[in-house]
Design a protein around this ligand. Structure first.
Ligand code: AMP
Ligand code: MG
Length: 339
Protein backbone atom coordinates (compact mmCIF):
# COMPACT_ATOMS: atom_id res chain seq x y z
CA UNK A 1 0.00 0.00 0.00
CA UNK A 2 1.36 3.35 -1.06
CA UNK A 3 1.58 6.11 1.50
CA UNK A 4 1.37 9.67 0.37
CA UNK A 5 2.02 12.90 2.09
CA UNK A 6 -0.79 15.44 2.20
CA UNK A 7 -4.33 14.69 1.02
CA UNK A 8 -5.48 11.16 0.17
CA UNK A 9 -7.87 10.43 -2.69
CA UNK A 10 -10.25 7.67 -3.67
CA UNK A 11 -11.62 7.10 -7.16
CA UNK A 12 -15.05 5.44 -7.36
CA UNK A 13 -16.51 3.59 -10.34
CA UNK A 14 -20.28 3.18 -10.73
CA UNK A 15 -21.71 0.89 -13.41
CA UNK A 16 -24.73 -0.94 -11.98
CA UNK A 17 -27.22 -0.08 -14.74
CA UNK A 18 -27.48 2.59 -17.44
CA UNK A 19 -24.92 5.01 -16.01
CA UNK A 20 -21.15 4.73 -16.20
CA UNK A 21 -19.67 7.19 -13.76
CA UNK A 22 -16.34 8.05 -12.16
CA UNK A 23 -16.08 10.18 -9.04
CA UNK A 24 -13.07 11.32 -7.05
CA UNK A 25 -13.27 12.24 -3.37
CA UNK A 26 -10.74 13.33 -0.79
CA UNK A 27 -10.55 11.28 2.41
CA UNK A 28 -12.23 14.16 4.22
CA UNK A 29 -15.28 14.05 1.92
CA UNK A 30 -14.60 16.78 -0.62
CA UNK A 31 -15.97 15.65 -3.97
CA UNK A 32 -13.50 16.77 -6.63
CA UNK A 33 -15.11 15.16 -9.68
CA UNK A 34 -18.29 13.31 -10.57
CA UNK A 35 -18.54 12.54 -14.29
CA UNK A 36 -21.65 10.63 -15.41
CA UNK A 37 -22.18 9.16 -18.88
CA UNK A 38 -25.70 7.78 -19.39
CA UNK A 39 -26.51 5.02 -21.84
CA UNK A 40 -29.65 5.90 -23.79
CA UNK A 41 -31.11 2.90 -25.62
CA UNK A 42 -32.12 3.64 -29.24
CA UNK A 43 -35.57 2.30 -28.34
CA UNK A 44 -37.18 0.32 -25.52
CA UNK A 45 -35.69 -0.39 -22.11
CA UNK A 46 -32.10 -1.03 -21.02
CA UNK A 47 -30.53 -4.12 -22.52
CA UNK A 48 -27.82 -5.15 -20.02
CA UNK A 49 -25.27 -6.28 -22.62
CA UNK A 50 -25.72 -3.16 -24.73
CA UNK A 51 -25.41 -0.93 -21.67
CA UNK A 52 -22.23 -2.85 -20.71
CA UNK A 53 -20.85 -2.27 -24.20
CA UNK A 54 -21.56 1.43 -23.78
CA UNK A 55 -19.72 1.42 -20.42
CA UNK A 56 -16.67 -0.28 -21.91
CA UNK A 57 -16.69 2.22 -24.77
CA UNK A 58 -16.79 5.35 -22.60
CA UNK A 59 -14.71 4.14 -19.62
CA UNK A 60 -11.38 5.64 -20.62
CA UNK A 61 -12.79 9.04 -21.60
CA UNK A 62 -14.90 9.27 -18.40
CA UNK A 63 -11.80 8.40 -16.33
CA UNK A 64 -9.75 10.99 -18.16
CA UNK A 65 -12.40 13.69 -17.63
CA UNK A 66 -12.61 12.85 -13.92
CA UNK A 67 -8.83 13.15 -13.39
CA UNK A 68 -8.82 16.41 -15.33
CA UNK A 69 -11.72 17.85 -13.31
CA UNK A 70 -10.16 16.78 -10.01
CA UNK A 71 -6.74 18.09 -11.02
CA UNK A 72 -4.95 14.95 -9.88
CA UNK A 73 -3.07 12.12 -11.58
CA UNK A 74 -3.77 8.36 -11.33
CA UNK A 75 -0.59 7.97 -9.26
CA UNK A 76 -2.08 10.33 -6.62
CA UNK A 77 -4.84 7.83 -5.73
CA UNK A 78 -4.62 6.00 -2.41
CA UNK A 79 -7.49 3.56 -2.99
CA UNK A 80 -10.00 2.63 -5.68
CA UNK A 81 -13.65 1.77 -5.00
CA UNK A 82 -16.19 0.19 -7.32
CA UNK A 83 -19.85 -0.68 -7.26
CA UNK A 84 -19.85 -4.42 -6.58
CA UNK A 85 -23.66 -4.82 -6.61
CA UNK A 86 -26.60 -5.01 -6.75
CA UNK A 87 -27.23 -4.39 -10.43
CA UNK A 88 -27.14 -5.80 -13.94
CA UNK A 89 -24.43 -8.49 -14.25
CA UNK A 90 -22.79 -7.41 -17.52
CA UNK A 91 -22.76 -3.75 -16.47
CA UNK A 92 -21.30 -4.53 -13.05
CA UNK A 93 -18.63 -6.77 -14.57
CA UNK A 94 -17.49 -4.04 -16.93
CA UNK A 95 -17.00 -1.59 -14.06
CA UNK A 96 -15.30 -4.23 -11.92
CA UNK A 97 -12.90 -5.09 -14.74
CA UNK A 98 -11.86 -1.46 -15.15
CA UNK A 99 -11.48 -1.15 -11.34
CA UNK A 100 -9.34 -4.27 -11.00
CA UNK A 101 -7.09 -3.31 -13.91
CA UNK A 102 -6.49 0.20 -12.63
CA UNK A 103 -5.98 -0.82 -8.99
CA UNK A 104 -3.49 -3.56 -9.86
CA UNK A 105 -1.62 -1.30 -12.25
CA UNK A 106 -1.34 1.41 -9.59
CA UNK A 107 -0.64 -1.07 -6.77
CA UNK A 108 -3.44 0.28 -4.56
CA UNK A 109 -6.21 -1.36 -2.56
CA UNK A 110 -9.59 -2.11 -4.07
CA UNK A 111 -12.81 -1.60 -2.07
CA UNK A 112 -16.06 -3.21 -3.25
CA UNK A 113 -19.02 -0.99 -2.37
CA UNK A 114 -22.72 -1.80 -2.08
CA UNK A 115 -24.59 0.55 -4.42
CA UNK A 116 -27.56 1.05 -2.04
CA UNK A 117 -25.32 1.82 0.95
CA UNK A 118 -23.54 4.37 -1.27
CA UNK A 119 -26.81 6.17 -2.08
CA UNK A 120 -27.46 6.59 1.64
CA UNK A 121 -23.89 7.67 2.50
CA UNK A 122 -23.65 10.33 -0.22
CA UNK A 123 -27.08 11.56 0.88
CA UNK A 124 -25.83 11.97 4.44
CA UNK A 125 -22.64 13.68 3.27
CA UNK A 126 -24.37 16.12 0.93
CA UNK A 127 -27.31 17.04 3.18
CA UNK A 128 -25.61 16.82 6.57
CA UNK A 129 -28.19 14.32 7.87
CA UNK A 130 -26.85 11.86 10.45
CA UNK A 131 -29.39 9.14 11.10
CA UNK A 132 -32.27 9.35 8.62
CA UNK A 133 -35.07 7.14 7.44
CA UNK A 134 -34.12 6.97 3.76
CA UNK A 135 -36.50 6.62 0.84
CA UNK A 136 -34.41 5.51 -2.12
CA UNK A 137 -36.41 5.59 -5.34
CA UNK A 138 -34.78 5.05 -8.71
CA UNK A 139 -35.03 3.21 -12.01
CA UNK A 140 -33.91 -0.04 -10.36
CA UNK A 141 -34.72 0.30 -6.65
CA UNK A 142 -37.53 1.26 -4.26
CA UNK A 143 -36.32 0.90 -0.67
CA UNK A 144 -37.29 2.41 2.67
CA UNK A 145 -34.43 1.90 5.12
CA UNK A 146 -32.93 3.06 8.40
CA UNK A 147 -29.87 2.19 10.46
CA UNK A 148 -30.22 -0.26 13.33
CA UNK A 149 -27.64 -2.48 15.09
CA UNK A 150 -24.73 -2.21 12.67
CA UNK A 151 -26.61 -2.27 9.36
CA UNK A 152 -29.04 -0.34 7.20
CA UNK A 153 -32.23 -2.33 7.64
CA UNK A 154 -34.82 -2.62 4.90
CA UNK A 155 -38.20 -1.57 6.31
CA UNK A 156 -40.09 -1.78 3.06
CA UNK A 157 -39.35 -2.39 -0.60
CA UNK A 158 -40.92 -3.24 -3.91
CA UNK A 159 -41.98 -6.81 -4.51
CA UNK A 160 -41.63 -6.46 -8.27
CA UNK A 161 -40.55 -3.48 -10.39
CA UNK A 162 -39.01 -0.22 -9.15
CA UNK A 163 -41.07 2.95 -9.06
CA UNK A 164 -38.86 4.72 -11.65
CA UNK A 165 -39.20 1.77 -13.96
CA UNK A 166 -42.98 1.94 -13.55
CA UNK A 167 -43.03 5.61 -14.61
CA UNK A 168 -40.60 4.99 -17.49
CA UNK A 169 -42.53 2.05 -18.95
CA UNK A 170 -45.84 3.90 -18.73
CA UNK A 171 -44.34 6.94 -20.46
CA UNK A 172 -42.88 4.78 -23.24
CA UNK A 173 -46.09 2.81 -23.74
CA UNK A 174 -48.11 6.02 -23.82
CA UNK A 175 -45.71 7.40 -26.47
CA UNK A 176 -44.80 10.44 -24.38
CA UNK A 177 -42.29 12.69 -26.04
CA UNK A 178 -39.05 13.46 -24.20
CA UNK A 179 -37.28 16.79 -24.48
CA UNK A 180 -33.51 16.59 -24.88
CA UNK A 181 -31.94 15.16 -21.72
CA UNK A 182 -35.31 14.76 -20.00
CA UNK A 183 -35.87 11.45 -18.16
CA UNK A 184 -39.25 9.78 -18.68
CA UNK A 185 -40.17 10.29 -15.02
CA UNK A 186 -39.81 14.03 -15.56
CA UNK A 187 -42.06 13.84 -18.64
CA UNK A 188 -44.74 12.14 -16.53
CA UNK A 189 -44.31 14.91 -13.94
CA UNK A 190 -44.76 17.59 -16.64
CA UNK A 191 -47.99 15.99 -17.92
CA UNK A 192 -49.25 15.30 -14.39
CA UNK A 193 -48.98 19.00 -13.57
CA UNK A 194 -51.93 19.59 -15.95
CA UNK A 195 -54.00 16.65 -14.72
CA UNK A 196 -56.99 17.18 -12.43
CA UNK A 197 -59.08 14.05 -12.34
CA UNK A 198 -58.00 11.25 -10.02
CA UNK A 199 -58.60 7.95 -11.81
CA UNK A 200 -58.69 4.88 -9.60
CA UNK A 201 -55.65 2.59 -9.99
CA UNK A 202 -54.68 -0.48 -7.93
CA UNK A 203 -52.98 0.64 -4.69
CA UNK A 204 -50.90 -2.29 -3.49
CA UNK A 205 -49.13 -2.10 -0.14
CA UNK A 206 -48.68 -5.49 1.54
CA UNK A 207 -47.37 -5.10 5.06
CA UNK A 208 -44.45 -2.75 4.44
CA UNK A 209 -43.84 -3.88 0.86
CA UNK A 210 -45.19 -2.47 -2.39
CA UNK A 211 -46.13 -3.79 -5.79
CA UNK A 212 -46.20 -1.61 -8.90
CA UNK A 213 -46.56 -4.03 -11.81
CA UNK A 214 -50.34 -4.55 -11.58
CA UNK A 215 -50.92 -0.83 -11.39
CA UNK A 216 -48.63 -0.26 -14.36
CA UNK A 217 -50.62 -2.75 -16.45
CA UNK A 218 -53.87 -1.13 -15.35
CA UNK A 219 -52.60 2.34 -16.29
CA UNK A 220 -51.42 1.13 -19.71
CA UNK A 221 -54.77 -0.58 -20.33
CA UNK A 222 -56.64 2.61 -19.43
CA UNK A 223 -54.41 4.55 -21.81
CA UNK A 224 -55.13 2.10 -24.63
CA UNK A 225 -58.87 2.44 -24.08
CA UNK A 226 -58.48 6.12 -24.80
CA UNK A 227 -61.22 7.21 -22.41
CA UNK A 228 -59.06 9.45 -20.26
CA UNK A 229 -56.86 12.45 -20.87
CA UNK A 230 -53.17 11.56 -20.76
CA UNK A 231 -52.62 14.38 -18.25
CA UNK A 232 -55.17 12.81 -15.90
CA UNK A 233 -53.57 9.39 -16.26
CA UNK A 234 -50.10 10.76 -15.48
CA UNK A 235 -51.53 12.66 -12.50
CA UNK A 236 -53.31 9.57 -11.18
CA UNK A 237 -50.28 7.35 -11.72
CA UNK A 238 -48.07 9.76 -9.78
CA UNK A 239 -50.58 10.28 -6.97
CA UNK A 240 -51.03 6.52 -6.52
CA UNK A 241 -47.40 5.36 -6.63
CA UNK A 242 -46.15 8.28 -4.55
CA UNK A 243 -48.89 7.73 -1.94
CA UNK A 244 -47.75 4.11 -1.63
CA UNK A 245 -44.08 4.96 -0.95
CA UNK A 246 -45.14 7.80 1.34
CA UNK A 247 -47.33 5.50 3.42
CA UNK A 248 -44.48 3.03 3.90
CA UNK A 249 -41.97 5.79 4.68
CA UNK A 250 -44.33 7.28 7.26
CA UNK A 251 -44.77 3.95 9.00
CA UNK A 252 -40.99 3.43 9.13
CA UNK A 253 -40.66 6.91 10.61
CA UNK A 254 -43.35 6.26 13.23
CA UNK A 255 -41.75 2.94 14.15
CA UNK A 256 -38.12 4.09 14.35
CA UNK A 257 -38.87 7.58 15.74
CA UNK A 258 -35.91 8.93 13.77
CA UNK A 259 -35.70 12.67 13.43
CA UNK A 260 -34.62 12.91 9.79
CA UNK A 261 -36.02 11.77 6.44
CA UNK A 262 -33.77 11.59 3.40
CA UNK A 263 -35.13 11.32 -0.14
CA UNK A 264 -32.73 10.02 -2.78
CA UNK A 265 -32.49 8.24 -6.16
CA UNK A 266 -33.43 9.58 -9.62
CA UNK A 267 -37.15 9.82 -8.77
CA UNK A 268 -36.28 12.15 -5.84
CA UNK A 269 -36.18 14.97 -8.42
CA UNK A 270 -40.00 14.85 -8.54
CA UNK A 271 -41.53 17.90 -6.85
CA UNK A 272 -44.83 16.18 -6.02
CA UNK A 273 -43.02 13.30 -4.29
CA UNK A 274 -40.85 15.81 -2.42
CA UNK A 275 -43.91 17.62 -1.10
CA UNK A 276 -45.58 14.40 0.06
CA UNK A 277 -42.50 13.19 1.95
CA UNK A 278 -41.90 16.65 3.40
CA UNK A 279 -45.48 16.68 4.74
CA UNK A 280 -45.13 13.37 6.61
CA UNK A 281 -41.70 14.37 7.93
CA UNK A 282 -43.19 17.56 9.38
CA UNK A 283 -46.03 15.62 10.95
CA UNK A 284 -43.49 13.49 12.82
CA UNK A 285 -41.25 16.43 13.76
CA UNK A 286 -38.53 15.11 11.50
CA UNK A 287 -36.31 17.15 9.23
CA UNK A 288 -36.79 16.55 5.51
CA UNK A 289 -33.84 16.54 3.09
CA UNK A 290 -33.64 15.83 -0.59
CA UNK A 291 -30.28 15.30 -2.18
CA UNK A 292 -29.13 17.38 -5.19
CA UNK A 293 -29.85 15.66 -8.49
CA UNK A 294 -26.16 15.12 -9.39
CA UNK A 295 -25.77 12.94 -6.30
CA UNK A 296 -29.30 11.47 -6.30
CA UNK A 297 -28.82 9.60 -9.57
CA UNK A 298 -26.30 6.79 -9.94
CA UNK A 299 -22.89 8.40 -9.62
CA UNK A 300 -19.24 7.58 -9.00
CA UNK A 301 -18.77 10.12 -6.19
CA UNK A 302 -21.02 8.10 -3.88
CA UNK A 303 -18.93 4.99 -4.53
CA UNK A 304 -15.68 6.88 -3.87
CA UNK A 305 -17.01 8.34 -0.59
CA UNK A 306 -18.43 5.04 0.68
CA UNK A 307 -15.15 3.32 -0.28
CA UNK A 308 -13.33 5.79 1.96
CA UNK A 309 -15.69 5.20 4.91
CA UNK A 310 -15.26 1.43 4.56
CA UNK A 311 -11.49 1.59 4.04
CA UNK A 312 -11.04 3.74 7.15
CA UNK A 313 -12.73 0.89 9.04
CA UNK A 314 -10.41 -1.74 7.63
CA UNK A 315 -12.50 -2.96 4.71
CA UNK A 316 -10.54 -3.92 1.58
CA UNK A 317 -11.54 -6.28 -1.21
CA UNK A 318 -8.78 -8.63 -2.43
CA UNK A 319 -8.87 -9.13 -6.22
CA UNK A 320 -9.93 -12.77 -5.77
CA UNK A 321 -12.99 -11.62 -3.81
CA UNK A 322 -13.89 -8.82 -6.18
CA UNK A 323 -16.47 -10.80 -8.19
CA UNK A 324 -19.69 -8.87 -8.66
CA UNK A 325 -22.80 -9.59 -6.58
CA UNK A 326 -25.83 -8.73 -8.70
CA UNK A 327 -28.26 -9.49 -5.86
CA UNK A 328 -26.28 -8.04 -2.94
CA UNK A 329 -28.90 -6.77 -0.48
CA UNK A 330 -28.56 -3.61 1.55
CA UNK A 331 -29.02 -5.27 4.95
CA UNK A 332 -26.29 -7.85 4.24
CA UNK A 333 -23.64 -5.14 4.55
CA UNK A 334 -22.06 -4.28 7.87
CA UNK A 335 -21.46 -0.56 8.18
CA UNK A 336 -19.00 -0.24 11.08
CA UNK A 337 -18.51 3.47 10.40
CA UNK A 338 -22.11 4.24 11.48
CA UNK A 339 -22.72 4.44 15.20
P1 AMP B 1 -31.44 6.40 -11.37
O1 AMP B 1 -31.97 5.00 -11.51
O2 AMP B 1 -31.14 6.81 -9.96
O3 AMP B 1 -30.31 6.71 -12.32
O4 AMP B 1 -32.65 7.39 -11.79
C1 AMP B 1 -33.35 7.26 -13.00
C2 AMP B 1 -34.86 7.22 -12.74
O5 AMP B 1 -35.32 8.48 -12.21
C3 AMP B 1 -35.66 7.00 -14.01
O6 AMP B 1 -36.65 6.04 -13.76
C4 AMP B 1 -36.24 8.38 -14.30
O7 AMP B 1 -37.44 8.34 -15.05
C5 AMP B 1 -36.49 8.88 -12.90
N1 AMP B 1 -36.71 10.33 -12.82
C6 AMP B 1 -35.88 11.31 -13.19
N2 AMP B 1 -36.44 12.54 -13.01
C7 AMP B 1 -37.69 12.31 -12.50
C8 AMP B 1 -38.78 13.14 -12.10
N3 AMP B 1 -38.72 14.47 -12.19
N4 AMP B 1 -39.89 12.53 -11.63
C9 AMP B 1 -39.97 11.19 -11.52
N5 AMP B 1 -38.98 10.36 -11.89
C10 AMP B 1 -37.86 10.90 -12.38
MG1 MG C 1 -29.50 5.31 -13.79
Amino acid sequence: MKRKTGESYCLGIESTADDFSVGISTFSGKILANIIDVYIPPKGGIHPREAARHHAGVASSVLEKAFKKAGIKPADLSILAFSQGPGLGPCLRTGATVARALASYLGIHLVGVNHCVAHIEIGKLETGTEDPVTLYVSGGNTIVSAFDSGRYRVFGETLDIAIGNCLDVFAREAGLHQRVGEPFGAVVERFAANGKKLISLPYTVKGMDMSFSGLLTAAINLFKKGEHKLEDLCYSLQETVFSMVTEVTERALAHTEKKEVLLTGGVAANKRLQSMIKAIAEEHDAEFSVIPREFAVDNGAMIAWTGILAYKHGVVTPIEESFVKSRWRLEEVEVPWVK
